[in-house]
Design a protein around this ligand. Structure first.
Ligand code: HEM
Length: 440
């Protein structure tokens, strides 16, 4: 979704911009603020929780405003309705590519498409992946456990969801290496304002991905297999099937959404735990906390920081009037640190309950892959913490990727006490032994 906070160029002089400058702060979108955008979010939330940005967008940093926005049927996700705000012409290539993506459709088209895809992507199907995800996690850790060090992103967080989504969709193993750059470039289109080079790269990557899935759909149509693509081809609702364009855009969306996000849940979450060793020890020593622990990592430093909606009529938010055709941007990362919703919001608490974070969005567009992402996250953290003793950071200042909407690290080097390879007698995270720490 296109967003348009404060451009990384000169800021228009608004009261908020002046106040930020006076406090020695600047736009949370700027690369130098990637490490900690949260103090800037707090500053903005306390001063102007519904901020009218220089480009006409409304920027929401309170939890209640964002949660209500995501459920409000007076708002759309269709970028074609945008008449105010971000430079509409600059966004047009993205709008063309995105027009058949589920995340940009409104009811009833969205309801129809989502229900057809959900017939193939069922909770039972997701649950059936549990043993494979566990063995994959063990394989990835086997490859590093004797060395005493790894890059969490490269060695673990990236390959895990990539292999899972490729196997799920039925992408052959030999084709997987092509996808990393395509997906990283295409997902940058979500950032909205991009320079021409980044925009071109994103569009080219999107075209490669579309072409790849066009060929794969063609093959599965001729010869169905036991994979999600074939199941989507077969899904039928009241005599309706997915059109070719819908199938293609959904496969591409699931593919990118399937690992760009989960990868950063594992990366950002590992960094958060390493910076809060008491919480790391708690999670490692009490496996019954794995569910609340992963929810807390999604809240505390989740991978998706922003989503947006466009008003289909004039709507009041927090005393401000958002006009028809204007964009309201929910800063999920800010909502998830709102003290009115989460006591002591800047504290990582792996046992936090309740924890109704907005890390997966909300309303009709609530993340379709949440169950899969949660399972991958739970198995990844549970196994990593048990198998890599004395895990510690091997870098002082991890750097962030040049993405804003999808927040994640370039790399995360860690050290640990080397141990024996070979899968431990893996206990699924689903059924932990009471308070037990798994012996390796
Ligand atoms: C930790 C991992 C993940 C996070 C944090 C995440 C987060 C999100 C967010 C914030 C949205 C937008 C919701 C809104 O605007 O209200 C979304 C939508 C979506 N996500 Fe995820 N996601 C994750 C993993 C996945 C996975 C693994 C898949 C699929 C395999 C997936 C598929 C989707 C799809 C298809 C949508 C669009 C849903 C719609 O428009 O109805 N996501 N996700």
């Amino acid at each position: 979704m296109a967003i348009s906070l404060w451009l990384p160029g000169p800021m228009a002089v608004t009261d908020l911009a002046a106040a930020l400058a006076e406090a020695n702060l600047s736009s949370p979108m700027l690369p130098e603020n990637r490490g900690d955008p949260y103090r800037i979010y707090r500053f903005i939330r306390e001063r102007e929780p519904v901020h009218h940005a220089p480009d006409g967008s409304w920027v929401l940093t309170r939890y209640d405003h964002s949660a209500a926005l995501l459920r409000d049927p007076r708002f759309s996700t269709n970028p074609a309705l945008l008449t105010e705000g971000p430079d509409v012409d600059a966004m047009s290539p993205v709008r063309q590519v995105g027009s058949s993506l589920m995340m940009f459709l409104d009811p009833p088209d969205h309801t129809r498409l989502r229900s057809l895809v959900s017939q193939a992507f069922t909770p039972r199907m997701v649950e059936s992946l549990r043993p494979r995800i566990q063995s994959l996690v063990d394989e990835l850790l086997d490859a590093v456990v004797e060395t005493g060090e790894m890059d969490v992103l490269e060695d673990f967080a990236y390959p895990l969801p990539t292999v899972v989504i490729c196997e799920l969709l039925g992408v052959p193993a030999e084709d997987r290496h092509q996808f990393k750059a395509w997906s990283a470039d295409a997902s940058r289109l979500l950032d909205g304002y991009l320079d021409k080079a980044a925009l071109d790269k994103g569009m080219v990557a999107g075209m490669y991905l579309f072409q790849y899935f066009t060929d794969l759909v063609h093959e599965r149509r001729k010869e169905p297999r036991n994979d999600l693509l074939s199941a989507m081809l077969a899904a039928e609702d009241d005599g309706e099937r997915l059109s070719h364009a819908e199938l293609l855009s959904t496969a591409t969306l699931l593919f990118i959404a399937g690992f760009e996000t989960t990868m950063n849940l594992v990366g950002n979450g590992t960094l958060a735990l390493l910076r809060n060793p008491d919480q790391l020890a708690r999670l490692r020593d009490d496996r019954s906390l794995i569910r609340t622990g992963v929810e807390e990592l999604l809240r505390y430093d989740g991978p998706v920081h922003v989503t947006a909606r466009i008003a289909t009529q004039d709507v009041q938010i927090g005393g401000e009037m958002v006009r028809e055709g204007e964009q309201a941007v929910a800063i999920l990362g800010a909502a998830n640190r709102d003290p009115d919703q989460f006591p002591d919001p800047d504290r990582l608490d792996v046992a936090r309950t309740p924890n109704r974070h907005l890390g997966f969005g909300g309303g009709p567009h609530f993340c379709l892959g949440a169950a899969l992402a949660r399972m991958e996250g739970q198995i990844a953290f549970d196994t990593m913490l048990r198998r890599l003793p004395d895990l510690e950071l091997a870098t002082t200042e991890p750097t962030y990727r040049d993405h804003y909407v999808i927040r994640g690290l370039d790399e995360l080097r860690v050290r640990f006490t080397p141990g024996p390879s070979g899968p431990i007698a893996a206990q699924p995270a689903e059924a932990p032994p009471a308070g037990g720490r798994k012996a390796t």
